[in-house]
Design a protein around this ligand. Structure first.
Ligand code: BJW
Length: 236
């Protein structure tokens, strides 16, 4: 580390939650090797067969509810509590492990598994229970319009106005546990770099975005991120 930072942005992906027991998407035993993305994670699939998609997320909710944050999530809390900078977490993850770890300023750009949105009126409500296409919106009363508040391929991302501002003003951008293949999140490093940020990547392996980062730290984030945070705090 060569300088003190004032605005830090973490971009997290499924890899940060892997040590909490949640599957990633593109590893050998990842979700996309067990389910066809075209059946469960595109907006077309949802319109074609909403109950199939609801069932997929209904089955996942209990596992996500039970999952606990690991040392990587907790390291971010430590940094937020002890390092004098604005520190934000932009996550592609639909789990709530950042919140469970006590992270602040968390932006869920791909939504949350414990939220449902009404496609008729836009009302968002929370549930860890089951949802079906028969359910009625508690706000507007519309039938068959409820969708998991998860951003499927072909849908726009959430909170992007604020995230754009964060990317353009951060001086340190840290990517943790994402393969960097899904856009627009995969392009965030380029934006942060263009606006002058130092860029770090934490991953188990080289990613397709590798060349865009100034520094790479390989290994399980549950080990490497706490070490990195400790070093940042020692240098503070
Ligand atoms: C560890 C670890 C450990 C493991 N420690 N590391 C070209 C340019 C721009 C866009 C496109 C384009 N071509 C196509 C598009 C569009 C498309 C896209 O990007 N497609 C690509 C596949 C090419 N994007 C979209 O459609 C997005 N929307 C959009 O672009 O909107 C435009 C628009 C505007 C206005 C109106 C309409 C449209 C939406 C993307 C939505 C992504 N949704 C998903 C599914 C959610 C369902 C669910 O969660 O169940 O989100 S896809 C899936 O991938 C999920 C994730 O958030 C996302 C990213 O995956 P992630 O997190 O990187 O996981 P993995 O598994 O890939 O990687 C894990 C990594 O961790 C690995 O590298 C491991 O090595 C590492 N790791 N253990 C450290 N212990």
């Amino acid at each position: 580390m060569t300088r003190k930072y004032k605005n830090i942005v973490f971009l997290t992906g499924a890899g940060i939650s892997a040590e909490s027991g949640l599957s990633t998407f593109r590893s050998e035993d990842g979700l996309w090797n067990k389910h066809r993305v075209e059946d469960v994670a595109t907006i077309e699939a949802f319109y074609r067969n909403p109950d199939y998609v609801h069932e997929f997320y209904n089955e996942m909710r209990p596992e996500f509810l039970a999952a606990q944050p690991n040392p990587a999530h907790k390291a971010i809390t430590t940094l937020q509590q002890k390092y004098p900078a604005k520190i934000s977490v932009v996550t592609q993850n639909v789990d709530t492990l950042h919140e469970k770890a006590g992270n602040q300023n968390v932006y869920h750009i791909h939504g949350q598994i414990n939220q449902i949105v009404c496609l008729n009126c836009g009302h968002v409500f929370e549930t860890w229970g089951e949802v079906s296409s028969e359910d009625v919106c508690e706000q507007c009363g519309a039938h068959a319009m409820l969708k998991p508040n998860i951003v499927f391929f072909g849908e726009g991302l959430l909170c992007m106005d604020e995230v754009d501002r964060l990317l353009q003003t951060c001086d340190l951008f840290i990517s943790v546990g994402t393969s960097g293949v899904v856009y627009p999140a995969a392009g965030f490093v380029q934006i942060a770099k263009m606006f002058g940020a130092d860029t770090y990547e934490f991953n188990m392996e080289k990613t397709s975005n590798n060349r865009l980062f100034d520094e790479h730290i390989y290994g399980p984030a549950g080990t490497t991120l706490p070490e990195f945070v400790k070093k940042m705090l020692e240098e503070e």
